[in-house]
Design a protein around this ligand. Structure first.
Ligand code: 0PR
Length: 366
């Protein structure tokens, strides 16, 4: 740390330089985050100093968090669902597994059953909670094999996990079948809809993945992905409104005497940002944006196949994957664990970006 400090001018000149080292979103095709919506930015700035970790001091912000949970609960066919705003999918997944574990405290060696496509946050959750992670292989369509899932469940299983919009291939597991399996074995069923939770409700022909299925216990959904909020904004939703109380610990000197969240100090700003986007756009506005992302995904797939780069699978959400070994600079793409090229058609990936990418890759492989 500098002894004397420095001028604001100097400081921000330095920051501007550093910011130029960041990638420009114009070329980012690999991210599940996006440029936040202007109303999210405005709300974020307005609520910058709020701390949901001491909700008694920020009653207005705390009630906006409740409103966000109600909006998402309604979208997932259960307006009275419980839940809270997390820092993202990782925290939501950790907390969901914690809930499942405390619901069956009597089990000495608990395990959870997850698809091979599960995000690596489940690895972290299992490490932290000392849970055995059982991995179920995927079928040819990159979806969890339900027969295998049923086989892996035993008397020590505390949770089955399904993915609604997988990170690498954008696939939705057979959630309805998995919900039935979980129900019949009396285990929790957590749906990781961190990405797909704000895509699937706005598509015309998507299958149910939410609380409309009786077996679904908890859902993770991230406004900082397809919800276009500022970072960090995730949400964990629970079927029973009081379910989170099983995680309560005493907080004697705060404005509230108990808390079930993982983080202590929690930013209100991105939470209000998330609510701002949903309320500003409404269902119609979200539908229009999601329809655009899906159309761009289809255009990308069609364009790539003309060049001889076949899709790995037809995705359920806006994540496209291809057999293709190389892409030109400065495009930033990612590669799946099976070596497929992966592109996420986020809201910032407009049609002109897709066309520019196709032109560049066509020239490179000409
Ligand atoms: N569940 C699913 C299905 C996810 O795709 C992700 C993250 C998570 C949980 C964890 O969410 P948090 O990262 O919010 O805790 N998916 C992206 C990924 O790992 C996150 C990401 C976003 C990575 C932008 C890179 C990036 O540039 O690919």
């Amino acid at each position: 740390m500098l002894n004397k400090g420095c001028s604001e001018e100097e400081l921000f000149t330095f920051f501007s330089q550093k910011k130029r080292e960041d990638m420009d979103y114009n070329y980012i095709l690999s991210s599940m985050c996006t440029i936040p919506h202007p109303v999210a930015v405005r709300a974020h700035c307005m609520f910058m100093e709020t701390n949901l970790g001491d909700p008694g001091l920020f009653l207005g912000t705390a009630s906006l968090e409740k409103l966000l949970i109600m909006r998402l609960g309604t979208l997932f066919h259960l307006p009275e669902a419980g839940g809270y705003a997390t820092t993202g999918g990782t925290e939501s997944n950790i907390q969901a597994l914690r809930l499942a574990q405390v619901s069956k405290k009597e089990i000495t060696y608990p395990n959870v059953v997850v698809p091979e496509s599960a995000h690596f946050s489940f690895r972290k959750a299992c490490d932290l909670l000392c849970l055995e992670m059982r991995t179920v292989p995927l079928g040819k369509d990159f979806r969890m094999d339900t027969g295998e899932a049923a086989e892996q469940i035993d008397k020590n299983t505390v949770c089955l996990v399904g993915i609604a919009g997988s990170t690498e291939y954008g696939m939705v597991d057979p959630i309805a079948d998995l919900a039935k399996i979980a129900d019949s074995h009396d285990v929790f069923f957590h749906v990781d809809a961190a990405f797909g939770g704000l895509v699937l409700p706005f598509l015309n022909h998507s299958k149910p993945f939410d609380f409309s299925l009786p077996g679904v216990t908890t859902i993770a959904v991230d406004p900082h992905k397809m919800g276009m909020s500022t970072i960090p904004a995730g949400c964990l939703l629970t079927r029973r409104p009081d379910m989170l109380n099983s995680l309560n610990i005493e907080t004697p000197y705060l404005s509230v005497k108990q808390e079930y969240t993982l983080a202590g100090t929690r930013p209100g700003a991105p939470v209000v940002g998330a609510l701002a986007v949903l309320d500003y756009l409404g269902v119609q506005g979200m539908r229009a944006i999601i329809a655009g992302c899906m159309k761009n995904t289809e255009r990308l797939i069609a364009g790539m196949e003309i060049f001889g780069f076949p899709r790995a699978v037809t995705p359920d959400v806006n994540v496209a994957t291809f057999t293709c070994r190389e892409v030109p600079e400065p495009w930033k793409v990612s590669w799946t664990r099976h070596g497929h090229l992966r592109i996420v058609c986020m809201p910032h990936v407009h049609l002109d970006r897709i066309e520019a990418f196709l032109k560049d890759i066509g020239e490179m492989h000409a």
